[in-house]
Design a protein around this ligand. Structure first.
Ligand code: TUI
Length: 308
């Protein structure tokens, strides 16, 4: 399956792994790259030394291209933006903001730049700023999300820009990949499916929540803070959703309670205080497998459907 994305990134499959904050470390990223996709290490709000070590460990674990996600709400974005240049990372994806001011420096360093965007307007701005491609991320995605569904967003972004578009949000099998291609995408970004991979280093409780989730088990919290996030329904996320709806929790209290909650989910499996981010497609994910099996299954199913 050759597209402008496989050509641009030099990978076998047009599939990139979501840059899931706190989740996506080098073992996951290198496994995805070794299986023919593009693995992504999450910068999140990590200390610079941690991310440097992660990048170097990934280079040891794969000779294939991989990337780093820069989360633009991170307080140390400037340092992380320079680190990917110093470490000669092949690909940068960005999230949770407009990466415009970093793009020319990344391009000058030979980095392929792929911003994640939730709207047509931002896709257009990214193309003008020199991005190589965009990830059009629908509201079905896990974590910090926009408002528009993948089905509506992808074709509108495809019509609006000339650079290749990667679809994200609600894709976890070959049907999702084939559908994305029908919408005009030339690649997919997949996050939630990789939460239930053997190489993903999250707490076993997190994997179990994803595997056991059914179609109605994700909930969006925090719309009133300006940073809506999709999570697995747990006692904690339901309490947040209720507090938001009833007004019993102010936006400031919400921010305070959720500070550090991603780490509590990923590292401790803490059901009382952790935010277990996941996409709306978690209901379809029901088995933990190696990344290689996940990718080969998805791509061969997509291939069959697209050849039909
Ligand atoms: O970034 C993500 N997903 C994330 S980031 C994250 S860590 C976090 N934790 C708490 C609050 C917020 C973030 C967890 N999940 N996906 C990509 C994405 N980017 N979704 C939405 C956007 C986005 C939103 C606004 C991109 C650009 C944007 O631009 C606004 C502007 O400045 O024009």
């Amino acid at each position: 399956m050759k597209t402008r994305i496989t050509e641009l990134l030099g990978c076998e499959y047009p599939l990139i792994q979501g840059g899931m904050a706190w989740v996506a470390e080098y073992k996951l990223a290198s496994a995805v790259s070794n299986a023919g996709g593009i693995g992504i290490i999450a910068g999140g709000s990590a200390p610079i030394d941690y991310l440097r070590d992660q990048i170097r460990a990934c280079k040891e674990a794969t000779d294939k291209p991989f990337g780093v996600n820069i989360m633009l709400m991170s307080p140390n974005t400037e340092d992380l933006a320079q680190l990917v240049i110093d470490e000669k990372v092949a690909v940068v994806t960005t999230g949770a903001g407009n990466p415009g001011k970093y793009i020319s420096a990344w391009k000058d360093a030979g980095i392929k730049v792929i911003p994640v965007i939730p709207s047509v307007a931002l896709a257009r701005r990214m193309e003008k700023a020199g991005a190589d491609a965009v990830v059009a991320e629908g509201t079905e995605s896990g974590g910090h999300i926009g408002e528009i569904t993948t089905m509506c967003l992808v074709p509108q972004v495809v019509d609006a820009v000339s650079i290749p578009v990667i679809a994200a949000g609600g894709i976890a099998d070959g049907r999702g990949v084939a559908a994305s291609f029908m919408l005009g995408a030339e690649g997919v970004q997949i996050g939630t499916r990789f939460l239930a991979s053997e190489e993903c280093q999250i707490h076993p409780t997190y994997k179990e929540l994803v595997v056991k989730a059914k179609d109605t088990d994700s909930v969006v919290t925090g719309r009133y803070t300006g940073h809506p996030c999709r999570n697995v329904k747990t006692k904690f996320s339901k309490m947040l959703a209720n507090g938001e709806k009833s007004g019993s929790l102010s936006p400031e209290e919400f921010e305070e309670i959720t500070l550090g909650s991603l780490r509590k989910a990923v590292q401790d499996g803490n059901l009382d205080e952790g935010s277990f981010l996941c996409g709306a497609i978690a209901g379809m994910v029901d088995e933990v497998k190696p990344c290689k099996d996940i990718i080969e299954e998805i791509m061969s199913q997509a291939d069959k459907l697209l050849c039909r």
